[in-house]
Design a protein around this ligand. Structure first.
Ligand code: SF4
Ligand code: SF4
Ligand code: FES
Length: 524
């Protein structure tokens, strides 16, 4: 079949501005984007410029943006990415265009050079000039990081680089992890250097990881791992992150209490409907919903009551500790894991085994970090953790008949922690789509960071605000009334910048909708 390639064209030596050219490219099941570009160059436009060499995902030279996500052209099949029989091809972002799809990679390689990408030998009297055996188990992280092919796809899709060019970028951090994890490297100031180059600026939204053709675990395996190494070496976390732990230990939560906490507003067991429940859940709210977003807690309870789900709201739950895991403070987690998992185990003894979380940060922490930690602390796990949207979509028989018309045009904001929990955005897109008259506009696939994650809000608030504003502006370009999201961190980030802009008389004319409040209101 013929597939339309819409290709970015720009020759700065003659063109005043870039343009897009359309080419019909014969494509079959195995045709790659690179095959298509070679076809264009050989048959339709000899002047088209792009880089390639190995054609098999090894050299890293053919990275470009394909339908707005950076990837290797030689490893991307046309049929896997085409939309309505067409594919959009653009050069990597954040790098100056030399011609068409060829960019100047110097800023990217400057970052790599900056972190000294060579082994600084760890020689001392004991091991100098003696044969040294490799313990492969100690080299696993080094090996993963070594698989980077320096394609710059992650640099192109990095949200922070878009608003702060002083950030060194994900590939350079991968390089730092490669040497810090290498038992033969002396480390020689590498962690200090990484902090200075922005290790704590990353809100761990994982867009780099999605782009990476080598599937390098950049969020957990590189950024969070390096932060943990900083803590172990006494170099991290940043002072503001240390204070977060102190806040929780002193006050019970990471954010200050605003109004009456949800735990005081609602009883510990809520069943307001007649007859048998279809399910019974333990609601884990997280600090923000308990302390600042009590209306969201009310909405969640209403959604469950409308669906004949009895809710336990145990006041003995405590902060999940997500901000500490994200900022390298793994060793502070024991009290949080112990208190929460012991509580859930007590419920499990009574036959109540479903824990639902309303905060996506709590969900990814309870689901991915806690099990490993619980194993270390010898705590059994006799229950299951669900995200509320996941529970509504997959576990219960959802009442959609009573949903009322809600004429809004919105875009869904997919929280990075929901992504980190391995949950597809379609779960929420489908749920929102069940509300009559609500039009949901497709979201672009990149530029999706609210700026609120990874401890960035507390340490670099200007950077965090810039990311939130950028995300709102991307949505506004699609002509929607607002964003709808299900993460309380995202809600705080967006509401904060909308309020800031209003206070500066620069109203963005945009609304933020909390998924739970929107869904509960649709039942009224
Ligand atoms: S997680 Fe996001 S901000 Fe951090 S390095 Fe990756 S793309 Fe950049
Ligand atoms: S980390 Fe992945 S995306 Fe980034 S340069 Fe290396 S291989 Fe490419
Ligand atoms: S041509 Fe070498 S990675 Fe694509």
């Amino acid at each position: 079949m013929l597939v339309k390639f819409k290709v970015f064209r720009f020759d700065p030596s003659v063109d005043l501005k870039p343009k897009y050219e359309l080419f019909d490219v014969p494509s079959e099941k195995d045709t790659t984007v690179l095959d298509g570009l070679i076809y264009i160059k050989e048959n339709l436009s000899k002047s088209l410029s792009f880089r390639r060499s190995c054609r098999e995902g090894v050299c890293g030279s053919c990275a470009m943006r394909i339908n707005k996500i950076s990837n290797l052209a030689c490893k991307t099949h046309v049929f896997d990415v085409m939309n309505d029989d067409s594919v959009l091809i653009e050069p990597l972002d954040h790098l100056q265009v030399i011609k068409d799809l060829v960019v100047n990679l110097e800023p990217f390689f400057d970052g790599i050079r900056h972190v000294r990408p060579w082994r600084i030998a760890n020689l001392n009297e004991e091991n100098v000039e003696k044969p040294r055996k490799i313990d492969m188990n100690k080299f696993l992280k080094t090996m993963e990081a070594k698989s980077c092919i320096l394609c710059a796809a992650c640099y192109s899709d990095c949200n922070v680089i878009d608003v702060d060019r002083t950030f060194i970028g994900p590939a350079a951090l991968v390089k730092v992890a490669r040497f810090v994890s290498d038992p033969w490297d002396s480390k020689d100031g590498r962690l200090r250097e990484a902090i200075d180059l922005g290790l704590f600026k990353c809100p761990i939204d994982q867009e780099c990881e999605i782009a990476c053709p080598r599937d390098i675990d950049i969020r957990r395996g590189v950024v969070e791992w390096l932060r943990y190494q900083c803590t172990k070496e006494g170099l991290g976390p940043l002072p503001t992150h240390k204070r977060l732990v102190q806040n929780v230990l002193e006050t019970g939560g990471v954010v200050p209490v605003q109004d009456t906490p949800a735990f005081s507003l609602f009883p510990e067991y809520i069943k307001e409907f007649e007859g048998e429940p279809q399910a019974e859940v333990i609601l884990f709210t997280g600090c923000i919903i308990n302390r600042r977003q009590q209306d969201t807690c009310r909405a969640i309870i209403e959604i469950f009551q409308n669906n004949r789900v009895a809710v336990h709201l145990p006041k003995g739950q405590t902060c999940c500790g997500s901000p500490f895991m994200r900022t390298g403070q793994r060793d502070t987690m024991k009290p949080f894991v112990t208190q929460n998992f012991n509580l859930f185990n007590e419920f499990a003894q009574k036959g109540i085994t479903h824990v639902v979380t309303s905060c996506s940060g709590c969900n990814s922490t309870l689901r991915f970090d806690y099990p490993q930690l619980a194993k270390e602390y010898d705590i059994p796990i006799n229950f299951e953790i669900y995200d509320i949207g996941e529970y509504m979509a997959k576990i219960i028989d959802l009442n959609t008949e009573d949903l009322k018309e809600t004429p809004l045009k919105l875009m869904y904001h997919y929280p990075c922690h929901i992504k980190a929990s391995g949950l597809e955005e379609e779960i929420y897109i489908d749920l929102i789509g069940k509300i009559p008259s609500l039009e949901l506009v497709d979201s672009p696939k990149s530029g999706l960071c609210c700026g609120g994650g990874g401890g960035v809000r507390s340490a670099y608030s200007d950077l965090s605000d810039a990311l939130a504003i950028r995300r709102i502006e991307i949505a506004k370009d699609f002509g929607v009334n607002g964003l709808v999201t299900n993460c309380p961190f995202c809600v705080i980030s967006f509401e904060r910048v909308l309020d800031l802009k209003k206070a500066q008389n620069e109203d963005m004319g945009f609304e933020l909708y909390d998924f739970y409040r929107l869904f509960a209101d649709a039942y009224k």
